[in-house]
Design a protein around this ligand. Structure first.
Ligand code: ADP
Ligand code: ZN
Length: 436
């Protein structure tokens, strides 16, 4: 790897013991800063906690968790830990119920965030010679500005196309010779369809080499599909507005887990029921502590995202640990006939069928006195309209789904473009059951 400002071996390949020392110093600073926020001041005051309570990383367990509800209850300024004059930007999550969660940033916060994104993009091979198109919505959504400033920092020529309008996206890709794209996975699939509708083969007729996909759960099968559709490499990017935005964790070229940038975050994986740490390598809820945020540090924030730490070192040489592909949020899980089901289990099976397009919708509803799972899956354009063939396919899909989720779903194979598609993150699950 050639040297560059955005390959930072002194941090990316730092020894574990040095990294832990750095984390401890930064965590102490974080606690000291957090105490300036009314929320933490009250909470830690009652418990007698201060930066001095943190003598080793193990002591972090003494500090209570911070939850999304805390952010809502103290909306909007209750967790701000600095003078208002130091704040230069706020972002909020796309939350639909109650108060949104808002995060405030200082100049330095924005700089650290852009650095993480630049480092991540460099890691997957992007350079200042790339033309980088961002199809995220700009504005409050962090995938717009967050990726934008990181790509600029790297020195790529950026195309801030923003969300939607596939014809315009395609025109930019063709006219500017776009080599790299940031897109949510559901939109990447949609964009490939739009290319084909224009008579352009996205696998051969563009200069694209790299996709950055993230912001919503997706399966390995969905990634491979996107890679084939465009003949590119696609890398998984994880982020959330509470942790600033994209670039919290990012896949390296090995495509085997996302390095979580541990100089910026302390990661814990807990059992969401007992709140105790799970053994290494097991799935649980990810809890994060920010290490370089001044405007609004968060300590032991419960992300509700389910993942695990992949044990062992990564062949790329980076020492920051790897997170497994995210299964979704704990609240994405639904229970039917006593069985716990994640939408991603269903996606995994659907994507095994090349006869299907990328779009699908799971609906859970009460029929009579039973809960039933309906799965609408769009057929690929190039597929047959022979009814018996479709029926046989339906049977095969249903059987494989039953093996995976242990409940027999009612599968409906529908024409392409039948399932409504949102401009932002895909809606994969609708629960229509009556709640008593
Ligand atoms: P909102 O909370 O309104 O969706 P955010 O943009 O903050 O707004 O969304 C962050 C969430 O998106 C994460 O907590 C996670 O559930 C999901 N997410 C982001 N990136 C990924 C990814 N690469 N894989 C799976 N889920 C992701
Ligand atoms: Zn790696």
């Amino acid at each position: 790897m050639s040297s560059s400002e955005y390959y930072q071996p002194e941090l990316e390949t730092i020894s574990r013991s040095e990294l832990q020392q750095l984390q401890l110093e930064r965590a102490r600073k974080t606690i000291a800063t957090a105490l300036n926020a009314p929320f933490y001041k009250e909470k830690y005051g009652k418990l007698g906690l201060s930066a001095d309570s943190l003598r080793s990383l193990d002591d972090l367990k003494k500090f209570p968790f911070t939850t999304k509800q805390d952010l809502r209850d103290h909306y909007p300024y209750g967790l701000v830990a600095t003078d208002r004059r130091n704040l230069v930007r706020l972002h909020s999550s796309s939350g639909t119920t109650g108060n949104p969660t808002v995060i405030f940033h200082t100049k330095n916060d924005l700089d650290c965030w852009a650095n993480r994104v630049a480092r991540s993009l460099y890691m997957v091979g992007l350079r200042d010679t790339d033309v980088f198109q961002n199809t995220s919505g700009y504005g409050m959504f962090t995938g717009g500005l967050g990726i934008q400033y990181g790509a600029e920092k790297l020195g790529a020529l950026t195309v801030p196309a923003a969300a939607g309008n596939s014809l315009r996206q395609i025109k930019f890709i063709m006219d500017f010779g776009t080599t790299a794209i940031h897109a949510i996975p559901s939109y990447a699939v949609r964009l490939a369809e739009a290319f084909r509708e224009q008579g352009i083969d996205p696998a051969h007729d563009t200069k694209l080499t790299t996709f950055i996909i993230g912001a919503e759960p997706h399966t390995e099968e969905q990634r491979r599909r996107i890679e084939e559709l465009f003949n590119i490499k696609a890398y998984n990017c994880f982020g959330m507005s509470e942790m600033s935005g994209p670039g919290v964790a990012f896949e390296c070229k090995e495509q085997n887990g996302l390095h979580i940038w541990e100089d910026s975050y302390i990661v814990e994986i807990i059992d969401p029921k007992t709140l105790e740490p799970v053994p290494d390598g097991e799935f649980g809820e990810m809890v994060l502590t920010t290490l370089d945020r001044e405007g609004m540090p968060l300590v032991r924030y419960r992300t509700r995202d389910i993942t695990r730490i992949i044990p062992g070192p990564c062949p790329c040489g980076r020492t920051h640990r790897r997170l497994d592909r995210f299964r979704g949020r704990s609240d994405d899980m639904f229970i039917v006939k006593g069985v716990n089901i994640y939408p991603m289990q269903i996606e995994k099976i659907l994507m095994e069928f090349p006869q299907l397009g990328g779009n699908y919708l799971i609906t859970v509803d009460t029929v009579g006195s039973n809960d039933e799972i309906f799965i609408d899956a769009e057929l690929d354009d190039l597929f047959t309209d022979d009814y018996t063939v479709i029926q046989a396919l339906n049977k095969e899909i249903t059987r494989k789904l039953k093996d995976e989720i242990l409940v027999t779903p009612r599968v409906r194979l529908v024409d392409k473009r039948t399932i409504p598609q949102s401009e932002g993150k895909a809606v994969r699950l609708v629960d229509k059951r009556k709640k008593f």
